[in-house]
Structure formats: structure tokens, C-alpha cells
Design a protein around this ligand. Sequence first.
Ligand SMILES: C[S@@+](CC[C@H](N)C(=O)[O-])C[C@H]1O[C@@H](n2cnc3c(N)ncnc32)[C@H](O)[C@@H]1O
Length: 205
Amino acid sequence: MDQRKTHWEHIYETRLPTQVGWYQEHPQLSLQFIQRTGILPTGHIIDVGGGASTLVDNLLTAGFQHITVLDISAAALQLARQRIGPEAGRVSWIEADITQVDLPDQAYDLWHDRAVFHFLMQPEDRTRYIEQVRRAVRSGGHIIVATFAPDGPPKCSGLDVVRYDPEGLQHEFGPDFELVDSTREDHHTPSGVEQKYMYCYCRKY
Ligand SMILES: C[S@@+](CC[C@H](N)C(=O)[O-])C[C@H]1O[C@@H](n2cnc3c(N)ncnc32)[C@H](O)[C@@H]1O
């Protein structure tokens, strides 16, 4: 098992999903951005590095019919499946590293990532991730990416992160993406620490 996968499997095997620093009972900003895109219930949504997040529960409740959750950790996906119960059968679950997997061409109308892209410290990993978005999201599709903000912590889950402002993230993604909007979040971890996040909403040309 590679180091990255080992790290995340260990996290989800030893911590309750409600105790990890990034836990949100209700992913309000993500849902607001998703609603704002105007995506139809028949639209295809992928939550990249969704882990055991409750975003998928909310998307199911909202009536979305084509939801994919991708994560490097099998344990994380299992936690989400167990929580959701029989409805989990309506979701596509992919256990993979987003920098390694080959997602289908033009398959998604909406790409969501909260706190995954910021772990990619090596430029070649970021390039592979952005290539993946270019290939897997249809033209005109929506991309919502949340990272730690410039005044956020330098580490997440004990790993170094790259912190972004909206312009920095847009620059990283390049001219094939239009920055539509961005916002900040003061996230409070379950242990009460405040962390500054930055959310970007982009469209792919
Ligand atoms: C900080 S957590 C955020 C989880 C979720 N997005 C949320 O907001 O609750 C990062 C997640 O990304 C996953 N992850 C980290 N690196 C990854 C990679 N290269 N490919 C796929 N998933 C990855 C981890 O297993 C973990 O579930």
C-alpha cells in the first residue's frame, strides 16, 4: 500500500467520522454552491475525496440520481455506506487515488472537492488532478473546490497542505476554467479549533 493510502486508511480505521477535524454535520456551503449551479436531479455529480462526508446523504435527500463518491480510503467509503444503509446502492463508490485513476470522459456535470486538492504538494500531482477535471467534466460543467485559505492552518490531518486564495486556485487550474465566485468559511473542528477554508466555484469552458 502506498504511503498516502496507508495514512488515510489508518485515520478512518482509528477515528470516528464525527471526530475528524474536517467533520461537518451539515455541509452548508457546498450545498449552497451546488444548488446555485442549477444542476438538475438527473445531473451527474462526483464528490472527490468525499470520505465519510455527509454531503452524499444530503444529495440523495435532494433527489440527485447520479452521484459518485470517490476516495482513496476503503474504510471511509465503508463508513459512509454503512451510515446511509440501503440507499447507498443508489450511489457509485470508487476507491481510488484521484491522481492515478482514469475517470470516464465528459462524465460529470459537477465536480466537488472539499479539502483534497490542497494535499497535492507536488506540481506533477496537481497537473494530473487538473487533467482529470479537464477530461472527466463536460464543457460548461461546474467545479467546486474548497481548500484551506491563506490564513488557514499549514497542515490538515497531520499532512502539509498548499493554501489558496481564489486567484491562486484559478491560476493553478488555468485558462480552461472561469472563476465564477468564491467565499470563505470559518470552520470549527469537533474539538473547537477554528480553521479558515476558501471555496471556489469555477466553470469549465
Ligand atoms: C480532509 S478529508 C475531507 C473529506 C471530505 N471531503 C469532507 O469535506 O468531509 C480528505 C479526504 O480526501 C481523501 N483523499 C486524500 N488524498 C486523496 C487522493 N489522492 N485521492 C482520493 N482521495 C484522497 C481522504 O481519504 C479523505 O477522505
